[in-house]
Write a protein that binds this ligand. Sequence first.
Ligand code: GLC
Length: 552
Amino acid sequence: MSLVELAAEPARDTTAHRANQTSWSRDAVIYQIYVRSFADSDGDGVGDLAGITSRLDYLASLGVDAIWLTPFYRSPMADGGYDVADYRDIDPALGTLRDFDAMLAQAHARGLRVIIDVVPNHASSAHRWFAEALAAGPGSPQRQRFHFRTGGETPPNNWQSIFRGSAWTRLPDGDWYLHLFAPEQPDLNWEHPDVRAEFAEVLRFWLDRGVDGIRIDVAHGLVKKEGLPDWTPDPSLGMSDHQDDAPYWAQPGVHPIYRDWHQVLAEFGPDRVLIGEAWVEPLSKLAEWVRPDEMQQTFNFTFLETPWDAAALHKVVDDSLAAFGAVRAPSTWVLSNHDVIRHATRLALTPPPPQGEGLGPTSQLYPDDLVGQRRARAASAFMLALPGSAYLYQGEELGLPEVIDLPDSARQDPTFFRTGGKNYGRDGARVPIPWDVASPSAGFGPTGASWLPQPHTWPGYARDAQLGIPGSTLEFYREALAARRTHHLARNELVWQPSPDPAALVFRSGAVTVIANTGATPVALPAGRVVLASGAVGADRLPGDTTAWLVD
Ligand code: GLC
């Protein structure tokens, strides 16, 4: 369907649609909390809900509008909690439902909205339904809630897991079951009415408790092409996540599910939001996820994967605003999350990693590690000036790099094991974050325990080492978030301006001129008073790898 057709699609539930046009989320800055690595209240080395509550003042003073919590449900943690055993309970290592309610109330008391993460593509193999399916045996109705197939010695098709290896596992009784991720994450069968009914109730359970939004994990994967046909990814395109002809990504049948969920949210008033994690390209196709009667937002991973290059950034901004604008949705912007190489490291990789690939023993970094820090701040200043909603990942406001040299014995990400160590996986972006320079585990928890070891450089990035220090990354983020609000940057129209150099981008947003220099040599600064700079600026020159905001 073309953009014009998308825009012309008639809207259905008009009250909810009108609300989407004015939703709080359209210009929100949403801070992602990877719960296990944010703050540990009880000293077991694992972050928890009470730890989040204890740090809410910090988040409020940082100037974000909302927090998104990665899964905290009961889970064997085969994939960091994205293997959910019980969608209505909290994992004991992370707290209790009472802790959740307390956290939610305290966040709301500080004006922070709370978004939770729902994982509908797959459950944990420890989920009650899977146990029932195993017990009931081949051919049983209980197996129809998942994708079981009777087969021979080889898997029913050639699909590969996103974490590598076959996407099928065989049981001793001869049946195979599908898992697009780890074997401990069996895919649910969304053609089954029980699955649809159960998730509508799970959404109501959390909406009723008062959550403001739901991030939908693997939102592009729920429906598989009929017959589960063989499919061989194009190896030049990296992870199959990025390939839009896969028979398990972006099937048309996912959209009716989100139209139903849109209605479930509307039962709770006009303000609740659905956010899709859909690795779908091109942006015009991704925009189908945020048509007026579907979700409110979807992550813009095309932006995240754009190199630090003026022409590429110009294009992705134009494409994003056009694609999302055509369906009257805000664009979103994101540079880091728990699945990708932190941008303070990613932007200094030479050459950049292939799409969707992690770091590995052969990755090359610029010898000067300050390049990554400079580029990360410049890219964040560029992102935070763009119209729409922006996502921050915990620790980026401290300038944290990816931790590359974790001992193999400490690693936990299934990707590391399923690639035989060729891809380090995502643990390096998930190391517990530093708060206080002089405390054990840099203030992450009271005992010094930390489920992934922190590098010796971590205390240098601690919050208290940066708070109130002019020029620190933390103060830079605080200033950027405040100025973004003062100057309404997220709501203004972006108007490109002539640039003094091909490596620089210049745009106007209301009374603010934004200039980002992606090159290595200084360029002329536009006229105006600098209200934000990602690094030191001269009187009339903007150094390389620096972004500045100026007012008339
Ligand atoms: C999403 C999550 C990722 C997880 C995967 C499987 O991509 O962000 O962390 O491993 O889904 O649930």
